[in-house]
Design a protein around this ligand. Structure first.
Ligand code: DGY
Length: 317
């Protein structure tokens, strides 16, 4: 039996399938670079996820021809894996697109609405017994319907958020995408990030993480936002200059932020946690029972295909 390392507990039905086909080792904590290097030499296949450090250094340490032939990543984002280094070492990398698009877009809308309508703040008030009753000026937030929605990165998830905004909330949609992109619903592509930041009432970030987009939303981009603007990040923490965002929120230069991702997860800076004008979620984008099971299934199916000599359908390198 081939040896498979699954780096976190996944949905039971998928785990059972894996156990029927492979000699499975189940880990429960993120793998360091050294752990990754060791695992590459010890297993035929690995099912890793966010937090496992498959850097170029891990592959270098594992040597030229590691035992492992495939990393069937659990997740669409794989910026924790150096896919080019993997390819150079003969390791295939796959991901889990499509199955998490709706769940992640839903979290985008959850954050957009919760931040605009001060839901986090209101909930904290009620739970703390601080609510003094209904009042015409209590808990006033920002109206959502009809406001302009700006999407950074019009990929699958960006389009799903845009559709929700357009069809559900009558929002005019603008988007910034590095390549020319046409979509099948009303939306206007803007020339540059500045125009997106300046033109939108709500900015939702959906670009992939990794070096290409590191600190894409920097101090200048944040400065271009409207003072009543709200930033939502459902992509990766590294895409935003977190320190600059905290400063903008503290100074009230933008109205609020809804964040599902952070620069150094699971660390969330205390200054961010102290702010009332942001809603903070613990990376819940794909976290529904159905979606997480579908992701696990897709990751395992890729590994099965590879070990049976078929091309893994979601290969990215
Ligand atoms: C994804 O699939 O990229 C989610 O963010 C979990 O990693």
């Amino acid at each position: 039996m081939k040896k498979l390392l699954i780096t976190r507990h996944i949905a039971e039905p998928v785990l059972e399938q894996a156990r029927a086909r492979f000699d499975v080792t189940l880990a429960s904590a993120p793998l360091s670079v050294d752990d990754c290097a060791e695992a590459l030499g010890a297993y035929d296949a690995i099912l890793p996820t966010l937090g496992d450090d498959f850097t170029a250094g891990a592959f270098a340490k594992a040597g030229a021809n590691p035992r492992c032939g495939i990393l069937g990543n659990f997740g669409v984002g794989y910026s924790h894996i150096d896919a080019a280094a993997a390819a150079a070492h003969g390791v295939a990398v796959t991901n889990t697109p499509d199955v998490l698009t709706d769940a992640t877009a839903d979290i985008g809308m959850t954050l957009l609405l919760a931040t605009a309508r001060r839901a986090g703040e209101g909930e904290r008030m009620v739970r703390a017994g601080r609510w003094g009753g209904f009042g015409p000026k209590v808990g006033l937030g920002t109206h959502v319907t009809g406001k302009t929605l700006g999407i950074i990165g019009m990929g699958r998830i960006g389009q799903a958020v845009a559709r929700r905004g357009h069809f559900g909330f009558a929002m005019p949609v603008i988007y910034f995408n590095r390549s020319q992109k046409t979509v099948d619903f009303p939306a206007r592509q803007v020339e540059n990030l500045h125009d997106l930041m300046a033109g939108a009432d709500f900015v939702v970030i959906t670009v992939p993480g990794g070096a290409a987009n590191a600190k894409l939303v920097d101090r200048d981009a944040l400065a271009a936002m409207k003072p009543e603007g709200i930033l939502v990040n459902i992509a990766r923490g590294e895409v935003v200059d977190e320190a600059a965002l905290i400063e903008a929120l503290e100074a009230g230069r933008i109205a609020g932020a809804g964040l599902d991702v952070y620069e150094h997860e699971p660390h969330v800076p205390e200054r961010l946690r102290a702010l009332e004008n942001c809603v903070l979620l613990p990376h819940l984008g794909s976290a529904t029972v159905e979606t997480r099971q579908a992701m696990a299934q897709m990751a395992l199916d890729n590994i099965i295909a590879f070990t049976e000599g078929r091309p893994p359908p979601q290969k990215v390198n």
